[in-house]
Ligand binder design. Structure first.
Ligand code: PMP
Length: 290
């Protein structure tokens, strides 16, 4: 099939830009009522698609949204979007809203969900940032845990991340760390966080407010395979400032080393552990999608 510049899938069919839209009465727009997945493709193959579809299923279940597509249907739709994008590598967004309702928020008034898949070239991090590392601040915006919305659900409501990122912009740094209401590190605006304390690679447990990142899971698996001791542990600012190294990870950003946190320059950047794990990550992509 010849590549088309309209790699959008909407409710079962490929559509052009003009039709890749929702109604103003869609509850995704009115109330952030929906969830999504973001993943990358390399060599025209989606990376870790199964895990993304499983996480989407869990998010949908948590939000009580039923979609009329199986995981095989979505996998086929993803393949079609990649095909139509004409790109070898890029980023995919799978997006589900509760659909069109009325202005009231009652979910019972939304009759059928809107399901979209989009492919885009998305390059989030410059080569320079990846080589020199990025700078972080701790945001005043908190990730609330144990009450309200479970941070494991990848909902369309990203206002806490957006406000944290606005604080990073105002402070002229690259990214923001969100703590939970107990002052423990949760994650960054769109990435999970790891530190190396000199002996262990550590990342906050999901109960501290982190999304169950698929890149995070992959990094932990690769660290174990590399013989780097790795575990989940609650972290505070003290642990971050005294870390030997720190890096972030997510599907969009992949792995990015951190140079400084709240004005404290870290001991190493990019550190040896980051270099080993990111080398193993590249090798895994080449193996899985090469
Ligand atoms: N935390 C948040 C808040 C995110 O939006 C993302 C990106 N999806 C991540 C962590 C990283 O998750 P993943 O590795 O699955 O992309």
């Amino acid at each position: 099939r010849s590549p088309s510049p309209t790699p959008y899938w909407k409710n079962g069919q490929m559509v052009g830009t003009a039709d890749a839209v929702v109604s103003v009465f869609d509850h995704g727009l009115l109330y952030g009522d929906g969830c999504f997945e973001g993943l990358r493709f390399y060599g025209r193959r989606p990376f870790r698609l199964d895990r993304h579809l499983q996480r989407l299923r869990r998010s949908l279940r948590a939000l009580a949204i039923d979609i009329p597509y199986s995981e095989d249907d979505l996998a086929q739709a993803v393949a079609d979007c990649i095909d139509h994008s004409g790109q070898d590598q890029g980023y995919l967004r799978i997006l589900v809203t509760r659909g069109e309702g009325d202005l009231g928020l009652n979910p019972a008034n939304c009759r059928s969900p809107s399901v979209f898949i989009l492919a885009s070239p998305l390059a989030l991090v410059s080569d320079e940032a990846r080589q020199q590392g990025i700078t972080l601040i701790t945001s005043s915006i908190k990730r609330m845990v144990g009450s309200g919305l479970d941070p494991r659900v990848k909902t369309l409501n990203y206002l806490h991340s957006i406000l944290a990122r606005a604080e990073a912009n105002a402070a002229k740094v690259d990214e923001a760390i969100l703590l939970n209401q107990f002052g423990q590190v949760a994650e960054c605006s769109a990435e999970n966080l790891f530190i190396f304390d000199g002996t262990h690679l550590l990342t906050p447990p999901l109960q501290d407010g982190a999304l169950g990142g698929i890149t995070r899971e992959t990094v932990m698996e690769l660290a174990v395979a590399e013989g780097i001791p790795c575990r989940e542990q609650s972290l505070t600012g003290y642990d971050l400032y005294n870390a030997r190294e720190c890096f972030l990870c997510g599907s969009g950003a992949r792995l990015i080393p951190v140079r400084a946190i709240d004005g404290r320059t870290l001991a190493t950047c990019p550190g040896d552990v980051y270099l080993r794990v990111s080398g193993a990550f590249q090798a895994l992509i080449a193996k899985a999608c090469g």
